[in-house]
Every structure is written in structure tokens, then in C-alpha cells.
Design a protein around this ligand. Structure first.
Ligand code: FAD
Length: 451
């Protein structure tokens, strides 16, 4: 069997790895149009902040390593056309300008996405950057140490925008974060949490300009100088656009079915509208556990799971992609937060009625001093008022207690109810936590609300 995998990021890598693990005899051709294999955008902040020194180490596969494992790796080679009837792809080799066709038995597309460009006047000025992939990582790194860059404007207050803001604030720049939504991290956390994080960011020279729409970019000598919104004007030596992504699917328009956003339509088994063509990653939708509907959740975790499932299904397995809840975590200066499932910022859009309980506590028993690593913790549990089904949760603390959210993610996927969590068996050791885990406490309060 000959399998062609397109895209070398999370989804492509996991597909290749899955095939190697279970069907090592397969002829695998793996294509990446960029000049670097498997760059890990998730590690970009660590590189930009200098924690990781070498940009080329922010990767999980090398061409040499994968070739040694028997994979035919093609870097700087782009798939520009797919002929599904003939089972052929057209390859453009950007290194030497040559072109050729390759046939396949199965094709797996993990073509991902690029940062969306705001369609406003001035969008093509210099110093308007994205934050995704190795090329942007190198350009952004240079700007962190550029003395001419004093004012940075980040557009988009999701986790990528907040990572960018923190990088440049730590580099000594004055940072403004613009978002159309009313709060920073609006889609990840409810107000009780974002209030704390917004204060934390203000204390580090990051200024929110939320509830505002970007109208245009102004410039001088071809370089951006200002961002104009419907409410203000923000000086900018550098703009980072982190307001959504655009799927790399233009070349697939007449080949497979795409939705209105250009995302590839797939079935439960990750097969596209065409036989023998599968798709995974950010260019697809994933089954969202709280609603049972397909949803756009652009996370490496999802691409990885899909890659594994695709690697099985191309060999005839009938594995359904498990549902996911959009679990993610981030540090914002001293704080660590994580969230999963439905929040106030997303429940209306999803058309779900929810009820929540917020618990504020200390991580360890009160007798452990706050000077001795004990810390405040905020935890919010969201559930369905009709039957108590767990729908989401958020956690925030200066101690890293983010892993609790994985429990809730599993609870959502397994359709557990708050009654299941109220007395669930979680460990206690005063060095770590309290006799009742904060999940127990929140669930007990939720049960009381329901009674
Ligand atoms: P992409 O990562 O978009 O990669 C697609 C690849 O395919 C690219 O390399 C592209 O060049 C190549 N390609 C596209 N078209 C073609 C073609 N026609 N021919 C050949 N090659 C092609 N997720 C998390 O779960 N946790 C995190 O902490 C996290 N942090 C992030 C931080 C940042 C700054 C960013 C930008 C993203 C982060 N993500 C995180 C999201 C995660 O990076 C994406 O969900 C994941 O990379 C999606 O993988 P993918 O395979 O769909 O595609």
C-alpha cells in the first residue's frame, strides 16, 4: 500500500507515526511545503522567551530520523492538485522548480491553517506579522530585541494572542491587545477569571482594548505605525495578528467537499467526501463532547488523536474519532489556568443552557502557609440544569493545578453528571491538596443547587 501524507505538523506527524507503528511495511510519502519538517508552534513562546535557545529544536521529527525509519520525506515540496478519480497528486518541488505526479492508494491531508489576515486597509504594510510556524518564529524573535520596536499591538485575545502579548511584555515592550469580544480570553474563561488575569497583565504593561473592531492600519514609508479601531488609535511598531486562522484548502476546492469556512468535511471515520482521501487537524472539525455536534477546535491534541485514528482507518479499521472538549492550559505571568468544554463566553453561541458553581479555596489546607507554596485557587464547574450533566470547567491558581481539568474533560466525554463527581475518589495529601478535592466540592455544591 502506498500512502501519501500531506503536512508535517501534528496531524501529519501522528498519522505517519501511527502507520509506522502498525503497518511498517507501508510505502509512506510525507510532504511538507515549507523548508522545515514538523515545527511545533506550541513551543514558540518558549523559544521567543529564550527558554529554548535553538529554533530548530522546536520540532518532533527530523528528515534524517524519519528517513531512517523508512519514510520517504519530501521537504519544500507542495501538493498543488489532487485528482481523486485517478488517485494522483501533483507535486511542485520549490527547491529545484521541478514538477511531477505521484499516485496513491490512500491520501491523508493534514494541511492545517495560517493566521487569518484582517481584510482592512493597510493589511499589507510591513511589520504586520502572524504567530505560527518557524518562519514567523524567527521574524518575531528578531523583533523582541529590536530597539525600534517600542509599541506592539496584538490583534486577538485568545491563547495565541496572549502568548504573543506576554512574550513582548517580557521583552520590555508596551503591548496593547485588541479584540472584538468584551474580555481578554473571552472564549476560554469566564469573567471571574479574566478579571484576575487582566489585572495581572496590566501590571506587566499589557493593555486590553476589548470590545473594539479594527478598521484599518496606518503606515509611513510602507511600515505600520498605527492601528485604528472603531474606538481608538493605537501606535504600533509591530502588529501581531492572532485573530483566527484560515485553512490551507484552496487547492482542494473542486476536489473534496469544504464548508463555508473552507474546512474539509469529514465523516466520523475522518474520511472526506472522496473515497481513499482522509483529513485531520486544524483544517477539519472535531466532534465536540458537550454538544455532540462537530465544532472547530484548533488544537494539537485533536490533530494528534485524529492522526492516530486516520492511520488505523486507512487500513480498513472502523474507528470513530472520539469526542473532545477543547481542553487547553496556559500560564499568564504568575498564574496558570486551564479550561475545558462550555463557558459563559461560548454557551450562547452553542445554544446550550448552563448553570455554574464557582468555588474559591486554597490549594492546600489552611494550616499550610501561603508563603510555603500554598495558594488561592478558583474553580468553576458548568453543568446542564436539566439533568446535572457536566459540560465544562475552568481553574486558575498561582500553583499549577491545571491537570484537574483533564478529569473534567473525561467526565464530559463520558457524559458524567455532577452527582458522579460529588463523591468521586480523589487522593488527599496535605502536601498537594485538601481532603475534598476542589472538583468534589464544586460538584457537591452543584448537586445542592439541583435539589
Ligand atoms: P498545521 O500545524 O497548520 O500544519 C500544516 C502543515 O502542512 C504546515 O507545515 C504546512 O506548511 C503544510 N502544508 C499545508 N498545505 C500543504 C501542501 N499543499 N503541501 C505540502 N505541505 C502543506 N495546540 C495545543 O494543543 N496546545 C498548545 O499549547 C498549542 N499552542 C499553540 C501555540 C501557537 C503559537 C499556535 C500557532 C498554535 C498552538 N496550538 C496548540 C495549536 C496547534 O499548533 C495546531 O492545532 C496544530 O499545529 C494543527 O496541526 P495540523 O497538522 O492541523 O496543521
Amino acid at each position: 500500500m502506498k500512502v501519501i501524507v500531506v503536512g508535517s505538523s501534528h496531524g501529519g506527524f501522528e498519522t505517519v507515526r501511527g502507520i509506522l507503528a502498525e503497518h511498517p511495511e507501508t510505502e509512506i510519502q510525507w510532504y511538507e511545503k515549507g523548508d522545515f519538517l514538523s515545527f511545533l508552534s506550541c513551543g514558540m513562546q518558549l523559544y521567543l522567551e529564550g527558554v529554548v535557545k535553538d529554533v530548530n529544536s522546536v520540532s518532533y521529527a527530523t528528515p534524517e530520523g524519519m528517513r531512517a525509519a523508512g519514510v520517504h520525506v519530501f521537504v519544500e515540496q507542495e501538493i498543488t492538485k489532487v485528482d481523486s478519480a485517478a488517485h494522483k497528486v501533483h507535486v511542485v518541488n520549490h527547491a529545484d522548480g521541478s514538477e511531477r505526479d505521484e499516485d496513491y492508494d490512500k491520501l491523508v491531508l493534514s494541511v492545517g491553517a495560517v493566521p487569518a489576515v484582517l481584510p482592512v486597509e493597510g493589511h499589507d504594510l510591513k511589520n504586520i506579522y502572524g504567530m505560527r510556524g518557524r518562519d514567523w518564529a524567527i521574524k518575531l524573535k528578531a523583533k523582541t530585541v529590536d530597539p525600534d520596536v517600542k509599541n506592539v499591538v496584538v490583534i486577538g485575545a485568545g491563547y495565541i494572542g496572549i502568548e504573543a502579548a506576554e512574550v513582548f511584555a517580557k521583552a520590555g515592550k508596551h503591548v496593547t491587545v485588541i479584540d472584538i469580544l468584551p474580555r481578554l480570553l473571552n472564549l476560554y474563561l469566564d469573567e471571574e477569571f479574566t478579571e484576575i488575569l487582566t489585572d495581572e497583565m496590566l501590571g506587566h504593561d499589557i493593555y486590553p482594548a476589548t470590545g473594539q473592531t479594527v478598521k484599518r492600519f496606518e503606515g509611513h514609508d510602507g511600515k505600520v505605525t498605527n492601528v485604528i479601531t472603531n474606538q481608538g488609535e493605537y501606535p504600533a511598531d509591530l502588529v501581531i495578528q492572532a485573530a483566527g486562522i484560515k485553512a490551507n484548502t484552496d487547492f482542494l476546492k473542486d476536489v473534496i467537499e469544504l464548508d463555508d469556512h473552507g474546512l474539509i468535511k469529514i465523516d466520523d471515520y475522518l474520511q472526506t467526501s472522496e473515497k481513499d482521501i482522509y483529513a485531520v487537524g486544524d483544517a477539519t472539525l472535531v466532534p465536540f463532547a458537550p454538544t455532540g455536534q462537530n465544532n472547530r477546535v484548533a488544537l494539537a491534541t485533536n490533530a494528534r488523536r485524529q492522526g492516530r485514528v486516520a492511520a488505523k482507518n486507512i487500513f480498513g479499521a472502523k474507528k470513530i474519532m472520539p469526542s473532545v472538549s477543547g481542553s487547553s492550559a496556559l500560564s499568564v505571568f504568575q498564574y496558570h489556568f486551564a479550561s475545558t468544554g462550555v463557558k459563559a463566553g461560548t454557551s450562547d453561541k452553542l445554544g446550550i443552557e448552563t448553570k455554574s458553581i464557582l468555588v474559591q479555596d486554597t490549594v492546600q489546607p489552611k494550616f499550610v502557609s501561603m508563603d510555603d507554596k500554598n495558594a488561592k485557587v478558583w474553580f468553576k464547574l458548568t453543568y446542564a440544569p436539566s439533568d446535572g450533566r457536566v459540560l465544562g470547567a475552568q481553574i486558575l491558581s498561582k500553583r499549577d493545578v491545571t491537570a484537574n481539568i483533564n478529569v473534567i474533560s473525561l467526565a464530559i466525554q463520558q457524559k458524567l453528571k455532577v452527582t458522579d463527581l460529588a463523591y468521586a475518589d480523589f487522593f488527599f495529601q496535605p502536601g498537594f491538596d485538601r481532603p475534598w478535592n476542589i472538583i468534589n466540592i464544586a460538584a457537591q455544591k452543584a448537586v445542592a443547587q439541583l435539589e
